[in-house]
Ligand binder design. Structure first.
Ligand code: PRX
Length: 631
């Protein structure tokens, strides 16, 4: 079996063989990586417990595959380009030799601080090179990284640290975001007031800010790095040892720690990267995600480095110093493959096409999209103005839980259809089911999107609570992994993702559970109850619409609105701020007390003509009031 798919018939052949003989297929793909000890069994699985093991008894270290393996042939090739927030600051380049040395040094710093194999390390850092070093350094010594996006609040950081009992934190003094500078260490300080498991905090100096360093706990990275050399042998890891935890929101109030393991994740990250983007040696690849999300894990770091690519990491935002920044960076570094989110495309569309036309963008060969359904208008704008009509746009559907891209065109190989993710990658067996869990066969059909056979980078468990993993993903439909998404399968077998069918909203490509936001709103003492729904938002994809009952309607002021927003910012972070807050005297509930979210969604969407039957409600009149007060 060829590792690299080059033609449509390669794809057909690879797909066929991956379905007929999945174990043999993945064994062949896995043999392209270096293993310290070969596995004894490719796959053991059941979706009932669930229990999934890939490459059993195999031993490896993913960083040896990302770094050491390339040194003989690509030692002086650039592995990482770092572009700072401010275009006036110098960008940095790290060759594979240099990245290897940086990772080994950081790994030795961690070891000196007492980090051991299996320890959980919370990484709360902005998009600076040390974030990449930190992630890979953990993997090098077998520590489990739990990267928390540096926009989350102290409360969210504390929850995540406590859930996985992290003993170490890596952070920075502050961060740059466009024209703003934001404290980071101070957030960790606040979080640690309620975290007893943390023994040491390693602090990177990004802004030269004075920060409060606590004796015996906080240490500066630039001081520790002076004490170590660049010699750090990689720890031997079992294929099923934990590689990382990444928290993501579900329909319950508390985000869960999705667990990925070493062997399977490595195999799928590299294979999917190489084939979806059709990366060629000497190309420059840029994914604009933050490493705090799964896209950054798999497609800024692991996937590209596994394939010996040059990956660009960007500290800034698309609109600073002006909305031409992404296009300027593409020209500056002659980027060939560009992977971003629909929300970024839509916001830049709104700033006008002149910002794009000011740059040549002639280096671009492939464009990618991820995070939410891309609407046709944004797809065409991206294809026409950014890709100049000549770059394939791969619309990649996947999830934190899937570890890698599941459904997508392969650049330059597959047929493209705007707003369609397309066909599954080899080894991926998606299916659509009805509400009873019966598989819907044939094409031109719609249903709940499931996957009926394991793939190497799939979620293994949710940290500390396996039952939660079972209930969330494997109990809804028997013998299937349930994605939480609805999808259509078109006449040609291509998939079109419709969106979440659970109580999860996708705001600018970031997932939030409605219950999570409601919990945050309810922290405000004036709030009695709240209900949150998503509604279509021009830029963000979905916006957050909150219906709030106050203890006294006289409190329904703009000041209360601001306070509620502050509660959400404090509990979750700025990224989860409600867009609209409507004060109501009641919520539409069934006689058994369940909130009829369908009605609230319709009102938020402005579809008040199609509310459906409201007669079963406890108080049907409340709906009229809600419609009248609609924002
Ligand atoms: O609803 C789907 C949407 O994002 C969800 C996964 O979110 P997260 O775990 O945060 O990962 C985002 C990046 C991989 C999915 O359940 N989603 C992601 N990509 C697409 C998408 N929806 C439609 N089209 C996509 N390409």
């Amino acid at each position: 079996m060829k590792f690299r798919i080059e033609t449509q018939s390669d794809y057909t052949e690879a797909y066929k063989s991956s379905i007929e003989q999945p174990e043999q297929f993945w064994e062949e793909i896995a043999s392209h990586y270096s293993w310290r000890k070969k596995w004894t069994k490719a796959l053991e699985w059941n979706f009932t417990d669930p229990d999934i093991k890939w490459f059993r008894d195999g031993q490896l270290n993913i960083t040896e595959n990302c770094l050491d393996r390339h040194l003989a042939t690509r030692g002086s090739k650039t592995a990482l380009i770092w572009e700072p927030n401010d275009p006036k600051e110098k960008s940095l380049r790290f060759t594979y030799n240099e990245l290897h040395a940086q990772v080994c040094k950081m790994a030795n710093v961690l070891k000196n601080l007492g980090v051991k194999k299996g320890d959980r390390v919370c990484i709360y850092l902005p998009m600076i090179p040390e974030l990449s070093f930190a992630v890979l350094a953990c993997a090098r010594i077998g520590a489990v990284h739990s990267v928390v996006f540096a926009g989350f609040s102290a409360h969210s950081v504390a929850d995540r640290i406590n859930d996985s009992q992290c003993s170490f934190v890596i952070t920075s003094d502050g961060l740059n975001r466009g024209a703003k500078q934001i404290p980071v260490k101070a957030v960790v300080d606040e979080a640690l007031e309620s975290c007893s498991s943390v023994m040491k905090v390693l602090v990177v100096n990004r802004l030269n800010w004075p920060v409060q360093m606590h004796d015996g706990i906080d240490v500066w990275y630039h001081e520790e790095i002076e004490k170590v050399n660049a010699d750090c042998p990689a720890e031997t890891m079992d294929s099923e040892d934990m590689l990382f935890i990444l928290y993501t929101s579900g329909s319950t109030g508390k985000p869960k720690g999705v667990v990925h393991t070493c062997g399977g994740y490595m195999v799928y990250a590299g294979y999917s990267f190489a084939n979806v983007f059709q990366y060629n040696e000497n190309e420059i690849y840029w994914c604009t995600a933050d490493i705090g999300w799964v896209t950054g894990h798999t497609y800024i770091l692991y996937g590209p480095l596994l394939q010996g690519a040059t990956s660009l990491m960007f500290e800034g935002v698309p609109t600073f110093p002006d909305p031409g920044r992404l296009w300027q960076v593409i020209d500056k570094h002659a980027v060939n493959i560009f992977y971003t989110a629909p929300t970024a495309i839509r916001s830049l569309m709104a700033s006008g096409v002149d910002h794009v036309l000011a740059y040549s963008l002639h280096s671009l060969r492939v464009l990618g999209s991820v995070g939410e359904p891309i609407n046709e208008e944004a797809w065409h704008w991206y294809h026409t103005h950014v890709g100049k009509g000549k770059c394939p746009v791969v619309d990649t559907w996947w999830q934190t839980e899937t570890g890698g891209i599941m459904i997508s065109a392969l650049a330059g190989i597959s047929e493209l259809k705007p707003a369609h993710a397309g066909l599954p990658l080899p080894g991926i067996q998606p299916c659509l089911v009805d509400a009873e869990g019966n598989e819907i066969s044939g094409n031109d059909v719609e249903g709940y999107l499931c996957v009926k056979f394991p793939w190497p980078s799939m979620i293994r468990t949710t940290y500390g609570d396996h039952e939660r993993c079972r209930i969330n993903y494997f109990a809804t439909y028997k013998n299937m992994y349930f994605t939480g998404d609805g999808a259509r399968r078109e006449s040609n077998g291509m998939y079109r993702i419709i969106g979440r069918v659970d109580d999860v909203i996708n705001v600018s490509g970031h997932r939030f559970g409605t219950a999570e936001i409601e919990n945050a709103i309810n922290q405000n003492k004036k709030v009695v109850e709240s209900a949150v729904v998503g509604y279509p938002h021009d830029i963000k994809g979905q916006g957050i619409y909150a219906y709030v009952i106050l203890s006294d309607m006289n409190l329904a002021t703009n000041q209360t609105r601001d306070e509620i927003i502050e509660s959400v910012v404090a509990e979750i972070g700025r990224i989860a701020k409600p867009d609209k807050i409507q004060f109501v005297s009641g919520l539409p509930k069934t006689r058994s007390g369940k909130i009829m979210r369908r009605i609230l969604r319709k009102v938020a969407e402005g579809e008040i003509g199609s509310l459906g039957d409201t007669t079963t409600l406890l108080d049907p009149l409340v709906v009229d009031e809600i419609i009248k007060g609609r924002l």
